[in-house]
Design a protein around this ligand. Structure first.
Ligand code: GUN
Length: 290
């Protein structure tokens, strides 16, 4: 069993981006600039946005955070998005999800200029992804693809089972893995909360992407020998430590890992790859705007 070390892989990509930024700056260019909008007080969202800011600093990007109170109206948020769309000093921005009740997430996503949509959530970017055209691929699926590529994991002709059909992870990773190319060329099955006999699908899978958000859902007896398992779960479970919680994935790691050829740990697997992929998208937005 080989651990897919997302932390080390992301670190290597981070160093490449940092070098690229230094070259740009040495030639008199300005630094790429990522902005994040966060509405309300969700603890996990605040942690994610803070880690995105730290990652920007590490590669030499400028970053800004726009923190709005929970009571913010949809109109006020759309107003801010319109200003960010028009702000030439900002190359890309994200609106951290989930948004408070009363704000229509789809309306907000559609308001982002697709050329600044580094989350890859805008309908036109999702459409481009489904057609296999160049676009901003949302960060988690992009990170998973980069991890498979980095470890040279054979995907051609393999049966991949994706657990979860979210717009952010399940659907886009299913599309990407079914596309022609490397990684890609998989036969893909999407399983979800209404799937019957789910374990019969996972037991036949060569590659499993677990993105349900249900802690330790995937058990040892649901996985065949030699499978590749990618764990996207990051649920916070109350714990007796300094933080008051620990992070648990969608995979019962201790049972599943001994059967795997490759597996991602949680934390240190998909998480760091997600953040680095957002930085890659920001660099793409910066270069495209030039
Ligand atoms: N909430 C959970 N994941 C994400 C993400 O990748 N982007 C945004 N904007 N919100 C999220």
């Amino acid at each position: 069993m080989i651990l897919l070390d997302g932390k080390a892989t992301a670190e290597a990509i981070k160093n490449e981006i940092a070098l690229q930024v230094e070259e740009i700056v040495a030639k008199g260019g300005r630094r790429p600039h990522l902005a994040a909008v966060i509405v309300g007080e969700d603890g996990a969202s605040k942690t994610y946005v803070a880690s995105k800011e730290r990652a920007c600093a590490k590669v030499g990007f400028d970053s800004s955070v726009f923190s709005l109170p929970t009571e913010t109206t949809e109109e006020e948020l759309l107003d801010l998005i319109s200003r960010l769309n028009g702000d030439e000093s900002i190359d890309g921005f994200i609106v951290q999800m989930p948004l408070p009740k009363g704000i229509d997430e789809q309306k907000v996503i559609a308001a982002v200029d697709p050329s600044k949509d580094v989350d890859g959530f805008h309908p036109s970017n999702v459409g481009r992804l489904s057609l296999g055209l160049p676009t901003f691929v949302s960060a988690t699926p992009y990170g998973i693809m980069a991890l498979l590529e980095h470890y040279n994991i054979e995907t051609r002709g393999k049966h991949c089972v994706v657990l979860g059909r979210s717009n952010i992870v399940g659907r886009p990773i299913a599309l990407l893995l079914s596309h022609k190319g490397t990684p890609g060329d998989c036969t893909v099955t999407i399983c979800h909360s209404r799937t019957k006999d789910l374990a019969e699908h996972t037991r036949r899978a060569d590659i499993i992407i677990a993105a349900l958000g249900v802690p330790e859902f995937l058990k040892g007896d649901m996985v065949k020998e030699g499978a590749v398992v990618i764990d996207v779960g990051i649920t916070r479970i109350p714990a007796d430590n300094e933080k008051g919680y620990r992070i648990v994935g969608d995979v019962a790691f201790d049972e599943v890992a001994p059967k795997c050829s490759y597996i991602t740990p949680v934390p240190g697997g998909v998480g760091p790859m997600t953040i680095i992929s957002l930085l890659r998208n920001t660099m793409r937005a910066y270069l495209m705007s030039r």
